[in-house]
Every structure is written in C-alpha cells, then in structure tokens.
Design a protein around this ligand. Structure first.
Ligand code: MEV
Length: 307
C-alpha cells in the first residue's frame, strides 16, 4: 500500500490529572473530536511533516513503527484535526496514535493497537516530560475508564453522555506543568501525599457516581478535585474565571482538565440545561462546546484522494 489514513479521538480527564503521573488512578473519556492522519510513502528515507521538525510526537511515533516493522520507506504525513492544540484535550496524543496507525497500514500491516500505543508513547515523551500514558491509551482504545501507571487502562461503563468544555484559549505546555507539580511534591512531600490520597478518594467516589449517573454528586467531586489542582499550582486566573462563570450559569461542578495552566475547563450539568448554559456563557464571550463522551478509539479512515 502506498498510502493509508487513520484517526484517533481527543480526550478529557474527568478526575485525577497530574496525580496520575505520581501513581494514583485517574478517570478519562474519549471525546467526539478526532485527529486524522494520512501517511504516504516517499522515496526519501525520512518522515516528513510539513511545518514541524523531527522532535514531534507524530514523526517519532511513525519512525518507531518503521523501525519495529522493518519497513524500509520514508513517509510524508498529512494531519487534519478537529481537536484544538495545547489546551488539554489530548491533541498531540491523538495525532501520534493516528500517525502510528497510518504508518503501520501504509506498510501493509494490520492495525495492531498495542504496537500503536507503544509507538505513540515514545512520541509523547518528547512533549510530556514523564507522560503517564493516559492520553495515548484513551486515544488508542477509545471509550472511557480508569487509568493508572501500574494497571494501565481499564474501560468502564459510564452513565455520562455529555459534558461542557470551555476553552480559555490560553495555550500551555504539558511538560512545564508536570515539572511544576514535581517541584511542589519535592518541596512539600507530606502535603503532596495527603493531597494525592484525597485525589484517589475522589476517583473512587466518582466511579460509583458515574455508575449511577449521579450528576449533582459528580459536580461536587469536580469542585473538590479543582481545589486540589489549585493547591498544587496548576490552575490559572483564566481557568478560575471560566470555572466561576460555569458555576454561575448553573453547572453542578467544574474543574480544569488535562495539564491546566490555561487550556480548558470542563463542567457537569443537567443535560436539559446544557444548551442554556452554553447560551449564557456565549453572551459573556466564552466559547463552550457540548462534548460527546465515550467514542471509538483509533480506526482506519478512507483516503481523501484515492491512491
Ligand atoms: C495530561 O493530559 C495529563 C497529565 O496528568 C500528564 C500525564 O498524565 O501524562 C497532566
């Protein structure tokens, strides 16, 4: 095959980001926004991605696939993505996963999820510093569930279909925030341990609430989780304003999602009031979307133009 295309979804972390890097579990769901990558064979022995250098997760993940499968070709990658970048929605992981899958299929191999995950994880190390693997796991397998460094990703049936995502538009780098949390943990080991234990309890309570579809309680847990994220220094004035606006407009609870420091806030609200909340916030100048949760993981896509 000379060309192949694949796509993978973005994600939201509902509970437990950052603490997951230090070993506690987190709850994550795929979202209905996807990144698509088309990989075309080229004669030059390189992986090319227009506008990006070699130190890019998509390029590294694709090179990993070529090396592991002994596929002797170069590749040109073309990305089209619905996932906004650098705002906590797993864009780089989705692009790395889709690139690895497209590279694999361009080499006429079947889509092997565990190899794709391995390749994308190698790529993510460039941008994430010490990635837990949560973003690449959910982009690969889709659905929703619990992730921990020790146990990996376990899918769980959620009774939660939609949540609100408010993009503050402030871009940031995951690696910088992961480093900042490590500094906090190194300086305040006892407090960090207590906070991590509370984060772990929130995850356990949230799993029960998700099973029952108890939206008001999930909202309360989000507020509790946000207080912990604020204390370890990963919130920001933009996020705090966004969260206050979401709560004032009627959400049950809200928090940052992903690395924080800007990026997106998420909120849980009664499904019947989602559109009204979006409207109220748009009047105040915020851009909010109703995101569908629990979607399909990496998959083959038709080519935009036939080979
Ligand atoms: C990034 O989406 C989530 C973090 O917990 C980092 C990671 O788990 O790799 C901040």
């Amino acid at each position: 095959m000379d060309k192949a295309a694949a796509s993978a979804p973005g994600k939201v972390i509902l509970f437990g980001e950052h603490f997951v890097v230090h070993g506690t579990p987190a709850i994550v769901s795929s979202i209905g926004l996807r990144a698509k990558v088309e990989a075309s064979k080229i004669s030059e022995e390189a992986v090319l991605l227009e506008g990006f250098g070699d130190e890019n997760p998509a390029v590294i993940a694709s090179k990993y696939i070529l090396r592991k499968t002994g596929c002797r070709t170069g590749l040109s990658l073309r990305i089209s993505s619905e996932i906004p970048q650098s705002v906590g929605l797993g864009s780089s992981a989705a692009v790395a996963v889709a690139s690895a899958a497209a590279a694999l299929m361009a080499c006429s191999k079947a889509l092997d999820s565990s190899l794709v995950l391995e390749a994308a994880h190698e790529g993510e190390k460039v941008v994430h510093y010490t990635p837990s693997g949560i973003d690449t796991s959910v982009a690969t397998y889709g659905g929703a569930g619990v992730f921990s460094r020790d146990e990996g990703y376990t899918q769980v049936d959620f009774d939660l279909e939609y949540l609100l995502i408010l993009n503050t538009g402030k871009l940031r780098r995951t690696g910088d925030l992961v480093r900042k949390v490590k500094e906090f943990a190194d300086k305040n080991p006892n407090r960090f341990k207590e906070i991590s234990e509370e984060a772990s309890r929130i995850v356990q309570e949230a799993l029960e609430a998700l099973e029952k579809g108890d939206l008001p309680y999930l909202g309360k847990l989000m507020n509790r989780n946000q207080a912990l994220l604020r204390e370890i220094g990963v919130s920001s004035p933009e996020l705090e304003d966004a969260i206050s606006a979401l709560l004032k407009a009627g959400a049950y609870g809200a928090k940052l999602t992903g690395a924080g420091g800007g990026g997106c806030a998420i909120a849980i609200a009664d499904y019947a009031s989602l559109d009204e909340i979006i409207h109220k916030l748009s009047v105040s100048g915020y851009s909010v979307i109703k995101a569908r949760l629990v979607v399909e993981g990496v998959r083959a896509e038709p080519l935009s133009s036939p080979p």
